[in-house]
Design a protein around this ligand. Structure first.
Ligand code: 16G
Length: 190
């Protein structure tokens, strides 16, 4: 299986973000182009499959047993739609992914055919906590959603993480998050 370093989305989008638009403060100062010593923040590529991406994701939820072919098919689907912005932080000394977060843009007819942003799968590996990486990823995706002209950006989180997301301007919604879970929600044809 040929895995490569072709990015899921245009990396320059990250360098073009208006960092002054964010009220979040970092100490020490880090940014998408300088996420910390030995770290790189960039769009996901298929080679990240062999850099421990799923090991990091498994710290958030059940990942299932995904093979390289299935991963690549899903990646290609995401790339084709142009609506998936999966960020990863790589520890370049170890060649391992240590954090990830995703922005999805959802297309609407309402609000003059606007887009809504969704933040998903925010996870920092337990070996890399305390380096402001969660803060960096969420700030980056929030600014990116603004740059992409989303009219709002939302996320779901547990009660323990409400305070964390409030730092970025997120507030609990008056609407209730509802769900219906299916037992056959495994691999689907894309
Ligand atoms: C959290 C995640 C969500 C993820 C879900 C997985 C954030 C902000 N939220 O709600 O993106 O999909 O956990 O839980 O990262 P599940 O496996 O029970 O669906």
């Amino acid at each position: 299986m040929l895995l490569d370093d072709i990015p899921l989305f245009e990396p320059s989008l990250l360098q073009e973000l208006d960092w002054s638009d964010s009220s979040v403060s970092f100490s020490p100062l880090i940014s998408p182009s300088n996420p910390g010593q030995g770290l790189v923040l960039r769009p996901l590529c298929t080679a990240d499959f062999n850099r421990g991406l799923f090991k990091v994701l498994s710290q958030l939820s059940e990942t299932g047993d995904v093979c390289a072919e299935e991963f690549t098919r899903k990646f290609e689907h995401m790339k084709k739609t142009g609506d998936y912005y999966v960020l990863v932080v790589e520890d370049t000394n170890l060649g391992q992914i240590v954090a990830t977060a995703t922005l999805i843009t959802e297309h609407k007819f309402i609000h003059s055919c606007a887009k809504r942003g969704r933040v998903e799968e925010v996870v920092v590996s337990d070996v890399c906590r305390g380096k402001q990486l969660g803060k960096l990823l969420v700030t980056t995706l929030t600014l990116l959603s603004k740059k992409l002209h989303c009219y709002k950006i939302t996320l779901e989180c547990g009660p323990n993480n409400v305070g964390f997301y409030q730092k970025f301007g997120y507030t609990p919604s008056k609407e209730t998050y509802m769900q219906c879970r299916f037992s056959n929600g495994g691999p689907q044809p894309v």
